[in-house]
Design a protein around this ligand. Structure first.
Ligand SMILES: NC(=O)c1ccc[n+]([C@@H]2O[C@H](COP(=O)([O-])OP(=O)(O)OC[C@H]3O[C@@H](n4cnc5c(N)ncnc54)[C@H](O)[C@@H]3O)[C@@H](O)[C@H]2O)c1
Length: 390
């Protein structure tokens, strides 16, 4: 690994340090004395699908690791029991982010609105969280002298309709506001390396799947929920569109390496498997896994706007700089994912998570003044945790 150490750091400038009030209002999970921990690591979106897996991938957990999440789609119970600090709040809240970033050496920025379809329906909300929220985090990272900032970006949605395999030098032409927002995030990562010397690492994830994805609108999670409930599987388009499905445990290994690796900062690195699978082939695999007798009907519906036709990632750069080598093939990853869904088939939880996906479009309206909140997360918020945000 290596090859990037010769890169010349840009001239560094500092953002004006803000006055910090160091009191984190995290209910039972936070202790004021932990806040000066110099080796702190902040994971925004830490209660989400990838965040819940990532926390479990760390060799050592402790109060030096903090998860900041507004619980708009993540769940408290997916991180409950882990010896980390959960801060409930919004990445757009400057004061809260300042508190959360105190004593932090590394940031992994996962918090985002993640729905392509939702971004088409509400591009302003998508921009507010994914662009303004990311900028807020980057500014705070500079103020607090953070050493490294790993940013969750995306592959296909940024590039648009291009001939695969995707690689980092292709010109980006996003087809959805979600892709445009992630591209803006990458732009700010480049700019903050260039202007302030913040070591940013934008990682472009392909289609990630795995445990803790009950709430996701991605195709594998959606199909797993259909299999659980016996509802029909809907394939948008002819089913010959392809995706590069990456098992979440493999992704987490790449994220951990990005925290320390010697690499060119501010520039994206694509993560995937280098294999493409059509949705029809995915359904065939799931049919084999679940068994013909339990498999619900499959229906084809019109293709959805903003979705790309083919997705296949060239991971040469990730191999070179992160030593990245995904080890889980799709059949094995699907088997682990399906097992997780079966083991977590709580009827009440299942009903709520289905409801959550259904109401996510209008959640900002429902809870006016509380960006990102929804009924589901507020129930748990009220029950389990005191609010961190002011
Ligand atoms: N899952 C994938 O296939 C995939 C692919 C490409 C990129 N990504 C990126 O990876 C990251 C994590 O995605 P995920 O799949 O775990 O999604 P997720 O929805 O499960 O996780 C996102 C988390 O961010 C939190 N969040 C949302 N808005 C917030 C805000 N304003 N303040 C604080 N927290 C907020 C949510 O509650 C949730 O826990 C996202 O940035 C996403 O865009 C994911």
């Amino acid at each position: 690994m290596g090859g990037a150490s010769a890169q010349k750091p840009p001239p560094q400038k500092n953002l004006t340090p803000s006055k910090l009030s160091v009191s984190l209002r995290t209910g039972g999970l936070g202790r004021k004395s932990d806040l000066s921990e110099p080796q702190g690591l902040l994971i925004t979106g830490g209660a989400g699908f990838i965040g819940a897996n990532l926390l479990r991938a760390f060799p050592r957990l402790g109060p030096h690791i903090r998860a900041l999440d507004d619980l708009s789609s993540g769940r408290v119970q997916d991180v409950e029991g882990l010896p980390v600090k959960l801060i409930v709040g919004d990445i757009r809240d400057r004061h809260l982010v300042d508190e959360a970033m105190t004593g932090v050496r590394q940031v992994i920025s996962l918090a985002a609105r993640t729905g392509v379809v939702q971004s088409v329906e509400n591009p302003v909300e998508d921009m507010s969280v994914n662009v303004a929220g990311t900028l807020n985090l980057l500014e705070a990272a500079v103020r607090h002298g953070v050493e490294r900032f790993v940013f969750a970006s995306t592959g296909g949605a940024i590039l648009g309709e291009v001939e695969p395999p995707f690689h980092e030098d292709l010109p980006p032409r996003p087809l959805s506001p979600y892709g445009a927002g992630k591209l803006a995030g990458e732009g700010y990562c480049s700019a903050f390396w260039g202007s302030y010397g913040l070591k940013t690492v934008p990682l472009r994830f392909s289609n990630v799947y795995g445990p803790f994805s009950y709430h996701k609108g991605s195709v594998i999670a959606t199909f797993c929920r259909c299999l659980q409930s016996g509802r029909e599987l809907i394939i948008y388009g002819d089913g010959e569109q392809t995706r590069d499905f990456l098992f979440v445990e493999d992704l987490c290994q790449a994220i951990l390496r990005a925290l320390e690796a010697d690499l060119p900062f501010g520039r994206p690195i694509q993560l995937g498997t280098g294999r493409e699978t059509s949705i029809n082939a995915l359904v065939a695999l799931m049919r084999r896994l679940v068994g013909e007798s339990r498999f619900p009907p499959v229906r084809y519906a019109p293709a959805r706007p903003g979705e790309v036709r083919r997705s296949l990632v060239d991971i040469a750069k990730a191999r070179r700089f992160l030593g990245f080598e995904p080890t889980t093939d799709l059949a094995a990853g699907l088997s682990k994912t399906w097992r997780w869904f079966q083991e977590n088939q709580n009827p009440v939880f299942f009903l709520l998570s289905t409801l959550q996906v259904g109401v996510s479009r209008s959640s900002a309206l429902w809870v006016g003044g509380e960006p990102g909140g929804n009924i589901y997360s507020r129930v748990f918020l009220d029950l389990l945790i005191t609010r961190g945000a002011s």
